[in-house]
Design a protein around this ligand. Structure first.
Ligand SMILES: [Zn+2]
Length: 154
């Protein structure tokens, strides 16, 4: 399917990734991008290890210039939490917004909620629990991954 192949489209000063980040992903267009680089990841459907390695190579070339990630998928955040260099050569990338995966231990319902770092960070600083009510059964939901917000605090 066409939607599976990786592409990068510039829209309103922001580069939108879409499709599968794999061995065929090409970041050539970003070499001409101006600083700060804004990447929107909402249409990124999947990532494999070779695609991630190629992206890390691009980040190394980009160096210490500013990067913003917007609408990061939860899969992308998982990778950021595992691979520190996903935040750039100087750990400088800022993740402005992302999808947070939740699970309900009462009824097994799982979903993702879009959140902005600017709203989440003050809660984490105050050690306030982020919470979500299950839309199916009304019980309190839990984060699917306990360490999900590590990328904001590390
Ligand atoms: Zn539930």
């Amino acid at each position: 399917m066409a939607s599976d192949s990786f592409s990068i489209n510039l829209k309103d000063g922001c580069y939108h990734f879409s499709g599968v980040l794999n061995e065929f992903a090409n970041f050539e267009v970003l070499k001409m991008a101006s600083d700060p680089l804004r990447l929107n990841l909402s249409q990124l459907s999947k990532m494999n290890s070779i695609g991630i390695r190629n992206f890390l190579r691009f980040l190394a070339d980009w160096g210490t210039k500013e990067i913003y990630y917007e609408h990061a998928t939860s899969e992308f955040i998982d990778q950021v939490n595992m691979i520190p260099s996903m935040k750039g050569a100087a750990n400088q990338a800022k993740i402005l917004s992302f999808n947070v995966p939740w699970q309900c231990l009462s009824c097994d319902h799982e979903d993702e909620v879009y959140m902005e770092a600017a709203k989440v960070e003050p809660l984490l600083e105050d050690n306030k629990e982020l919470s979500r009510t299950c839309p199916k059964c009304g019980k309190e939901m839990s984060l699917l991954v306990d360490s999900f917000f590590d990328f904001l605090t590390s």
